[in-house]
Design a protein around this ligand. Structure first.
Ligand SMILES: Nc1ncnc2c1ncn2[C@@H]1O[C@H](COP(=O)(O)OP(=O)(O)OP(=O)(O)O)[C@@H](O)[C@H]1O
Length: 709
């Protein structure tokens, strides 16, 4: 399309007019004043809604207002598709939101199934300026003309977007969502979904776009009840944090599981993998349930309630009966305690009324709050303090044995018990797994509040108990669960999505697969896929949609030389190293005068991101004041934090040590698989001595690397 073609000029004029109209819409909102609402609460709500609306209507000149157009069949009506809705002064749409139902054919129509449209246009932009467009006809192919349709389906603009160099944090993919991805994005809210996909198939991107879609389609419900995005660590959350705001959505909370359960106490320790694994086991739920309910005693005495000159009595067997009735209702423990007070008060109330005394409506409550009733109920149904209970369970073998009988073996009980118990619950150094147990106890006492939707990324790495913690936060909502079983790197990781759905208490959820790889070029996928038979025999590698084959080097050259080969190139560079080598390599890079950022450093994140004991990465914790480590050209990445990230050029240092750093070999190979699949353009694997044998490569004199015999 020549740059001065009349139609391109027309489109540019349309874009300029749309920008003018967006500014007009913003001015109109700015002129509204929330303070004139009827009362303070509505004024605050209105002000907040207006502020949100203003934010949504902000025009960033660098971000195109639309990226596509569809032409509807019959009367050749056209719709421009963009990140937000823009209308003219008569209220007629100029740009429709990508999430509106009318936009669906832009993403899904094919010549075989045109979904009511006859043409699709994609626009090319450079820094907000419209530079080109491409048209695709969607009229049904003549029989036998399928080849022409394939060729017509090719889009240079789409390809340029997929092949573009990666810089900075993750970006939205709203202009190029693929049909198989769009199906997931627009699934109904009620549906809990698992999205299984190989590295780079767009799981994270799809999950975030689904959150944006649901916020649009169910605005009231979701902003009122909340949307939570759960990621594996804080640097990953920084990597993705701009995506939802770029889509106009600022009402989702992003958190790690540590932050979620961290509301009970701070994480202050890590622990051996076998202990953390046991604490994450689903059987712990029953142990904790017994521990909480074991507090209930059998009433021995009569409740005596003096009132005026009378003493009203509830015999022990009646109190016992009341307890049994409440327990049969399967209520939360703390609610049960309140119900017991009322049940005892009710028995007194009946006696008083039978004696001819007329009581008013509040009497029942008043009786339930009298000291004798409260004391009696508290003695047989005592209050439970979660931290104290967990402290006792982990330090008192007898209590643990009583609660774990028939559930945990003796050696497992021994593993759970602190070798040197802290003196008080307040001085305990809780681990992440402990806080997840605390979260379960808190929920046994009082129902946890549920949000409307949770998107959980890298879900394969969560323990059963962590999944339960998320499931209870979506008890009246739904989840989008993203993950890849082949990238499971925690000792407690899931082996099967059906189990994950069970732990989330969403057994009816269903599993979707993404298979097209948008990140990793074919040569790199082929290398990484050599590990699949060892780490996830049932899973297929993705098919690379990247046209570039990628550059793959396997070398023993000095690290400085390998780095020098990539740091001058366009795009981001990630140097992935074993956690234990981080400090040394960091010092070497600094001595060499290189400018770089260290992933995970901003928040003092421990390199053992899984919360189990690992090698000390020597993190010096000098927080960079950069907006994000992903703005740097060169990132130094501890292998334990590479998950979910991507870089144009990856230098992977010392694969054998990356494998060896994990608690077991299979987990080590999965960690390596994750690290091998971060590259968009080039991957250099730097090794000394042998490579992990599972890669199936031998170094042969004169021939370099060859597949193993
Ligand atoms: N439809 C698309 N159009 C353009 N780019 C895409 C598309 N889908 C995914 N991508 C890009 O592919 C890359 C990988 O996406 P993403 O990180 O979501 O994959 P993932 O499946 O979560 O990977 P991993 O398993 O490694 O975490 C990102 O740069 C993303 O922007």
């Amino acid at each position: 399309m020549p740059a001065d073609a009349p139609e391109l000029t027309q489109e540019r004029e349309f874009l300029a007019e749309a920008r003018t109209q967006l500014a007009r819409m913003r001015d109109r909102v700015a002129a509204l004043d929330g303070r004139y609402a009827g009362d303070r609460v509505s004024a605050d709500a209105l002000e907040a809604a207006l502020a949100r609306r203003m934010e949504q209507l902000t025009d960033d000149p660098e971000i195109p207002l639309f990226f596509g157009r569809i032409t509807l069949g019959g009367d050749a009506e056209t719709f421009h598709i963009g990140r937000r809705h823009v209308s003219d002064p008569d209220g007629e749409p100029m740009v429709v939101d990508w999430r509106a139902p009318v936009s669906t054919p832009f993403y899904r129509a094919t010549p075989k199934e045109p979904l009511g449209i006859t043409a699709r246009r994609r626009y090319g932009f450079a820094r907000g300026h419209l530079t080109a467009f491409e048209d695709e006809s969607l009229t049904r192919p003549e029989p036998g003309d399928e080849g022409a349709v394939e060729a017509a389906g090719h889009s240079d603009i789409l390809e340029a977007e997929i092949e573009r160099p990666r810089t900075g944090p993750m970006r939205d993919i709203v202009a190029t969502i693929q049909p198989e991805q769009d199906v997931i994005v627009r699934m109904p809210l009620e549906r809990t979904l698992v999205v299984q996909g190989a590295p780079g198939t767009g799981k994270t991107a799809v999950g975030l776009h689904r959150a944006a879609y649901l916020l649009y389609a169910h605005r009231d419900q979701l902003t009122r009840r909340g949307v939570l995005v759960v990621g594996p660590n804080k640097s990953f959350l920084r990597y993705i944090r701009d995506v939802l705001p770029a889509l106009g959505e600022i009402h989702a909370t992003q958190a790690t599981i540590e932050e979620i359960v961290g509301e009970h106490a701070p994480v202050r320790a890590t622990e051996p993998a076998d202990v953390a694994t046991l604490k994450g086991d689903a059987r712990m739920a029953e142990v904790l349930r017994r521990a909480v309910w074991s507090h209930i005693g059998t009433p021995q005495d009569t409740l005596v309630l003096p009132r005026g000159s009378f003493r009203w009595r509830v015999p022990a067997h009646e109190a016992h009966e009341a307890i049994e009735q409440i327990r049969a209702r399967d209520v939360r423990y703390a609610l049960g305690a309140a119900q017991l007070r009322h049940a005892l008060a009710h028995r007194v109330l009946v006696q008083i009324e039978e004696s001819g005394d007329a009581l008013d409506d509040r009497a029942w409550d008043v009786l339930a709050r009298t000291k004798p009733v409260r004391d009696y109920a508290a003695a047989v149904w005592p209050a439970v303090e979660p931290r104290r209970l967990l402290f006792r369970l982990l330090s008192d073998p007898e209590l643990l044995a009583a609660c774990a009988e028939g559930i945990l073996s003796e050696s497992e009980q021994h593993l759970l018990t602190w070798a040197r118990p802290p003196r008080t619950p307040g001085s305990a150094r809780w681990t992440t797994a402990d806080l997840v147990l605390l979260d379960e106890i808190v929920d046994l006492l009082d129902r946890t509040e549920s949000v409307a939707h949770i998107v959980v990324d890298e879900a394969q790495d969560l323990s059963a108990m962590m999944l339960r913690a998320l499931g209870r936060r979506a008890a009246t909502g739904s989840l989008t669960v993203l993950g890849d079983l082949a990238q499971a790197t925690t000792p407690w990781a899931a082996r099967d999505w059906a189990d994950v759905l069970g732990h989330l208490a969403k057994p009816d959820g269903h599993v979707e697969q993404l298979t097209a790889g948008f990140r990793v070029p074919a040569d790199v996928i082929e290398l990484a896929a050599r590990l699949l038979p060892s780490i996830a025999p049932g899973l297929e590698p993705p098919t690379a949609v990247r046209r570039a084959r990628g550059r793959l080097t396997i070398t023993s050259a000095p690290l400085d030389d390998v780095l020098a080969g990539v740091t001058g190139l366009e795009g981001s560079v990630g140097l992935i190293v074993p956690d234990g080598a981080l400090a040394g390599i960091r010092a070497a890079l600094t001595a060499a005068g290189l400018t770089f950022a260290v992933v995970g450093e901003q928040d003092d994140e421990h390199p053992a991101a899984d919360g189990v004991d690992g090698t000390d990465g020597g993190d010096e914790g000098s927080a960079a004041d950069d907006a994000s480590e992903f703005d740097a050209h060169l990132d130094l990445v501890p292998a334990s934090l590479a998950k979910g990230l991507e870089f144009d050029h990856v230098v992977l240092h010392d694969p054998v040590a990356i494998v060896a750093a994990e608690p077991n070999h299979a987990t080590g190979l999965r960690r390596l698989y994750v690290c091998l699949t971060r590259a968009v353009t080039s991957l250099a694997v730097r090794h000394d001595g042998d490579l992990p044998p599972e890669l199936g490569l031998d170094i042969e004199a004169g021939r370099g690397l060859v597949p193993s015999a």
